[in-house]
Design a protein around this ligand. Structure first.
Ligand SMILES: Cc1cc2nc3c(=O)[nH]c(=O)nc-3n(C[C@H](O)[C@H](O)[C@H](O)COP(=O)(O)O)c2cc1C
Length: 263
């Protein structure tokens, strides 16, 4: 049945937030490179943990190459480097398959599909949007990051066939897979689920934390190499400041063009 325009809403929002950042007075106040500009804003957000509890949380949008259906989820930014924005995930997940449709996650640094990111730091009234093309992070960098994770998260990466359906639909099935991985790597049962005696949440501070667990071949870093980055600073009466950096896609030596956009 077609939803009618008069259908009773299930939720409404009636407040009108006033956005009052310092704004972006002119393009001259921006760094010539958007990754440098992003780093400045990100450091500001990181310096205000009470106002911005998780500045690294970002929305990631991908598109299914066959159906053209988009999907968005939240992931964590783990590094900004001169090439782009890095996060870690399961390459076989929905996002992983949409970003690398070839599915060959053993191949060295192949170029993937387009992706978009969005950050929103509410108390700062700042937002950043990124459009780029992805590439896989090299295995040595992925291994180094994987080794830095709590042992429970490393086990979880092996145990979770991310985005696939659990046939029985039960949590127990997932926890059984976790126990199988714990046994495989000689880690006390219950380390990842926090139920192991004397191990503590995720094995932090325990002997289990020191266990060498190889990085799963289907898991690793993804870098979004941008060709468009927009900086949004909230101002009064919705007359926000917006600046967009663009460069030719695929040409990382190209200089960035900066333009002001209507809010
Ligand atoms: C705050 C937050 C941070 C998250 N960080 C990550 C992350 O860094 N990597 C990841 O794979 N999933 C992360 N997730 C889970 C994803 O949102 C998503 O559920 C999962 O990656 C599966 O997405 P997919 O099925 O579209 O591939 C996070 C979720 C939240 C709410």
């Amino acid at each position: 049945m077609q939803a009618s325009a008069s259908a009773k809403p299930l939720a409404t929002v009636s407040n009108h937030e006033t956005y009052l950042s310092q704004g972006i007075p002119s393009a001259d106040s921006l760094a010539p490179n958007p990754l440098d500009q992003f780093s400045q804003w990100f450091h500001l957000a990181q310096s205000r943990p009470d106002d911005v509890p998780e500045p690294e949380a970002m929305s990631l949008s991908t598109v299914d190459a066959e159906t053209h259906i988009p999907s968005t989820r939240v992931v964590l930014l783990k590094q900004v480097d001169p090439r782009g924005f890095v996060f870690y995930t399961n390459y076989s997940s929905r996002k992983g398959r949409e970003l690398f449709p070839d599915g060959d996650y053993e191949a060295e640094s192949p170029r993937g599909a387009y992706a978009s990111l969005a950050f929103y730091w509410r108390k700062l009234h700042l937002s950043v949007r990124v459009v780029g093309r992805v590439e896989r992070v090299d295995r040595a960098t992925t291994q180094a990051y994987f080794d830095s994770r709590p042992v429970g998260s490393r086990i979880g990466a092996w145990a979770s066939d991310q985005s696939s359906v659990l046939p029985t639909g039960s949590r127990e099935e997932l926890e059984q897979r976790v126990r199988d991985v714990e046994r495989r790597f000689g880690v006390p049962e219950g380390t990842a689920t926090g139920s192991a005696v004397d191990v503590g949440p995720e094995g932090k501070g325990s002997a289990a934390q020191e266990t060498h667990i190889p990085v799963p071949p289907f898991w690793g870093g993804i870098r979004v190499v941008p060709f468009e980055v927009e900086f949004w600073a909230g101002r009064e009466s919705r007359l926000h400041d917006r600046y967009r950096y663009t460069r030719k896609e695929g040409d990382e030596d190209a200089s960035w063009k900066i333009e002001r956009l209507c809010p």
